[in-house]
Design a protein around this ligand. Structure first.
Ligand SMILES: N[C@@H](CCC(=O)N[C@@H](CS)C(=O)NCC(=O)O)C(=O)O
Length: 292
């Protein structure tokens, strides 16, 4: 069990690129051609890790789309008093994610660098210092740094404590949610990522996927029907950044996202909910007028 900190909050010093260099996203990897390992793969809900209020804590960055998934799920289910959150600073140097005044301290462990959470969990750790991290306060170590499992477990294991009846991954829709998640990831997210091929090569695939999703929303409000599921969280976090990152200046699609009328309305609809709105760091212009 890690001791709670007392006294003044502890912070890392300012970002210092001269002293620490840039963060290396290939940290600890000998072969840079293989996908990086995020190998803390514990699950809430197994015998040793029951869902309990106050036991699990999230470390997140506000800019990180996959950390936003966990933050949306936590708020949608009303688990603010059940799962805690600490927010790392927006900027990094070679030391990786750090706690600074801008986003506040780590009130659970008093870490100043997120690398301390990794080191405490696996002494000598030299791999990625990534968010989101799901910390187990009971065992004093990281349970998971795999965003898809963190999202799934928040969505499925805390029913007894949730203050809303949102069901992010109902059994009867599991197969269809998995299929839509794969479609979002493979046809859109991967194409928009920095490792994507040339824009011309991915353009038809991204446009076809967006057309397909736009058509799907003609008959129901959310991707799988009339209730929000995990797939909507994954689609929202992709679309809300769509014109900021990979598709800046419509470089991939040739047209901005709001030109897909139903997709535009869909993102506005979700943004009207506090769980989506309050976790969105950079609000695109075409969404700003959807604020309540
Ligand atoms: N595959 C990771 C993805 C997490 C990720 O890429 N997080 C980014 C921020 S959005 C990060 O912290 N990257 C640092 C690194 O990977 O070294 C997961 O399963 O959660």
């Amino acid at each position: 069990m890690t001791a709670r900190t007392t006294g003044a909050p502890a912070y890392a010093g300012p970002v210092d690129l001269d002293r620490y260099g840039r963060y290396d996203p290939f940290r600890g990897m000998t072969d840079r051609s293989v996908p990086p390992a995020y190998d803390f793969d514990g699950r809430i809900g197994d015998a040793a890790h029951p869902a309990e209020p106050g036991r699990y804590h999230l470390y997140v960055a506000l800019s990180c789309p996959v950390a936003q998934l966990a933050r949306i799920a936590r708020l949608l289910l009303g688990l603010e008093n059940v799962i805690g959150v600490s927010v790392v600073d927006d900027d990094r140097d070679g030391r990786g994610w750090a706690f600074r005044e801008r986003r506040g301290p780590d009130e659970v462990n008093g870490f100043t660098l997120l690398s301390q959470a990794y080191e405490a969990s696996r002494p000598g750790y030299s791999g990625h210092i990534s968010v989101p991290v799901l910390w187990d306060r009971h065992e004093g170590r990281i349970l998971s740094n795999q965003y898809f499992n963190i999202l799934r477990d928040i969505g499925t294991q805390f029913g007894a404590y949730a203050t809303s009846d949102v069901q992010l991954y109902p059994q009867e829709l599991a197969g269809r949610i998995d299929a839509v998640n794969t479609l979002i990831y493979e046809e859109i997210s991967l194409a928009l990522s920095a490792t994507a091929k040339r824009h011309e090569d991915v353009r038809p695939q991204v446009i076809a996927a967006l057309d397909q999703f736009d058509a799907r929303l003609a008959t129901h409000r959310y991707l799988l029907g009339d209730a929000i599921t995990e797939a909507d969280l994954r689609f929202y976090t992709t679309l809300v950044r769509f014109d900021q990152g990979g598709n800046a200046l419509s470089s991939i699609t040739g047209r901005p996202l709001p030109s897909w009328e139903r997709l535009h309305r869909y993102v506005q609809d979700l943004f009207a909910l506090p769980a989506f709105r309050e976790t969105t760091l950079v609000v695109p212009e075409w969404l700003a007028d959807a604020r309540p």
